[in-house]
Design a binder for this molecule. Sequence first.
Ligand code: NAD
Ligand code: DAU
Length: 332
Amino acid sequence: MARLLVTGGAGFIGSNFVHHVIAHTDHTVTVLDKLTYAGNRASLAGLPEDRVRLVVGDIADAAVVDPLVAEADAVVHYAAESHNDNSLHDPRPFLDTNIIGTYTLLEAARRHDVRFHHISTDEVYGDLELDDPARFTESTPYNPSSPYSSTKAGSDLLVRAWVRSFGVRATISNCSNNYGPYQHVEKFIPRQITNVLRGIRPKLYGTGENVRDWIHADDHSSAVLTILDKGEIGQTYLIGADGEKDNKTVVELILQLSGQPTDAYDLVTDRPGHDLRYAIDSTKLRTELGWVPTYGDFESGLAATMDWYRDNESWWAPTKDGVEAFYASKGQ
Ligand code: NAD
Ligand code: DAU
């Protein structure tokens, strides 16, 4: 049994991780979350109170962070400003949380010699051409494109420096695009699912040809637990489940599963600097640590996710109109 401090545990992937930990281990969890627009207490509803505690606070506030890190056996650091489109509109919170917040946590982990796992993204590697057979590996050079991905790249480099300079016992994982329950409706898949549920046509940026490498959030969680358990200190592990799909294919599948014509979508203004394609080679994680994903079939994972949004309208409805108004102001 371990005491985990999970930052950002009221967000999409963090809350999926907390649910996974409670279902599959006997660990206890303290969630540290600022409850920004992206955090939601309701994502932790139903979890046992004797094993999960929510502390509302900022990871950039050393006075809040220090005692929580001191009492933990391991920190799993999910908290971030996570949306590329928001980072193009207002980059500052991305610097405060992703850079200063990570620095603040690392200093506490250093002071108290606490194991640290840093959650990051494949976007630190930039993008690939659509027809390039290559995929990202742990040795691909960093080349981030957006304010979001550059702050995540900066946070990864801080973690590496704290390992080398101060002996902090840290690992890093860089994962591809997640889908599943509890994802904010600003993101691509929930936006299109809830558009269809509301009778709004799905919105594809540009031509819809951009490719993302989809993994179910529960598979991401099992990979993180595997790294916490067996990962080598100082190492980076890429997490992916061979789920490459172009955006148009994903929208067509959502429409088809909803019983609608597969061309009932709109092409809208593209994202400035829009990364073309991400693709992960997760050989290292699979061969060195023995991890395997369990959600092999994207279509059934997507159908289950659509069911979740249909059944949990009260979770997403309060945010939907504001998100659509923001996108409409950008022609998206
Ligand atoms: P999210 O936006 O859904 O959740 C982020 C959470 O962090 C929210 O609960 C928010 O309240 C909290 N938070 C933000 N600023 C904070 C602060 N200063 N102090 C404390 N809490 C704060 O994001 P997500 O999609 O769940 O992503 C979680 C992590 O996973 C991020 O580090 C992201 O870079 C990484 N990641 C995401 C994906 C993806 O597909 N979504 C893929 C790979 C990696
Ligand atoms: O690759 C991992 C990253 O995946 C994470 O680091 C980020 O936190 C996460 O948000 C995600 O970034 P993306 O920018 O890839 O995700 P997003 O859901 O914003 O968009 C996915 C793709 O869909 C992208 O090509 C843009 C496109 N898109 C997005 C929206 C919101 C559309 O075509 N229409 C839309 O309405």
